[in-house]
Design a protein around this ligand. Structure first.
Ligand code: SIN
Length: 294
């Protein structure tokens, strides 16, 4: 057999055995060894005990995105759950529920010109302090489709070659909201802003809770790497985007009505599938504010 066929071509993923202490107040069902877990045994319409709050924090840190099924929460309970994790972020452009800027509308139906999050992205990475996490509550689902894909940026970083890690060490990239948001929501009656956020962030960030390194560039907002010629930047970013979209780093969530997904934007990218037209998919997102990446 030729070397190119017998040799390993793609990234190597190490399976890390789950040796952590058991949870006491919730149950965890991992979706893959890399990313994603369903959390059960908790009712988010009820006030959470300190132990439950700690365990949900821990489940997020250990799995990067967590899912809850069969939850029946009011908008106030959704907001209150988000506040357990920090101040709430208000989206710089997207529509929100009337009088509730912290409740972003996620909705697509037969008349929609587009759906939210159709390309791989990290939420609002163009902010100087981008959101730590997003909590999406879907109340109406299409009969089939409308899944959301999540990809671990820890796994994507770990699987880079040592040479690429050295190249990216200390590098920063420019993220732009202007080119994404200007005009995007004009059909939704949202007034245009004078300016949209833009920011420079490290290409590899350190997660403030887990201390692990994660790739932090995305097709949605990252425009170029700073300090290298534009053609080199385009080449490297294209390689990183293709690399991070490897299904090895992903899980895929099939929504049911009254499900919740809570993803950590510091180490996860996501992509929503709009494969259900002309059906309706609808819910709200509460977004938790974050820190300046380092
Ligand atoms: C988003 O917040 O990017 C939308 C995700 C989704 O609708 O699944």
């Amino acid at each position: 057999m030729q070397g190119s066929l017998s040799g390993r071509q793609g990234p190597r993923i190490r399976h890390v055995a789950d040796e952590s202490a058991p949870y006491e107040t919730i149950a965890i069902d991992k979706m893959t060894p890399i990313i994603g877990a369903e959390v059960s045994g908790i009712d988010l319409s009820k006030p959470l005990s300190n132990r439950q709050q700690d365990e949900v924090h821990r489940a997020l840190a250990e799995n990067s995105v967590i899912f809850f099924r069969d939850q029946h929460i009011t908008p106030d309970q959704h907001v209150a759950f988000g506040r357990l994790f920090g101040d709430l972020h208000v989206h710089p452009a997207a529509p929100h529920e009337a009088g509730r800027p912290e409740l972003m509308v996620i909705h697509a139906d037969k008349d929609s010109p587009r759906a939210n999050g159709e390309g791989w992205h990290t939420d609002v990475s163009c902010d100087v302090e981008p959101p730590m996490g997003s909590i999406l509550y879907i109340k109406k689902c299409p009969p089939k489709g409308g899944d959301t894909l999540f990809a671990s940026m820890y796994a994507a970083y770990d699987a880079l070659s040592d040479r690429m890690k050295t190249y990216l060490d200390g590098m920063t990239a420019f993220h732009d909201g202007e080119s994404v948001y200007r005009g995007l929501y004009k059909n939704y009656g949202v007034a245009e802003k004078e300016q949209y956020p833009r920011a420079t962030h490290p290409v590899v960030r350190t997660h403030p809770v887990t201390a692990k390194k994660a790739l932090y560039v995305n097709r949605g907002f990252t425009r170029y790497l700073i300090g290298v010629p534009r053609d080199e930047s385009d080449g490297i970013l294209n390689y990183l985007y293709q690399h991070m979209e490897n299904p090895l780093f992903q899980c895929r969530f099939r929504w049911q009505e009254n499900s919740i997904a809570f993803w950590d934007n510091r180490c996860v990218q996501h992509r929503a599938m709009w494969d259900y037209w002309p059906h309706t998919r609808s819910g709200n997102r509460v977004t938790v504010a974050g820190d300046k990446p380092y």
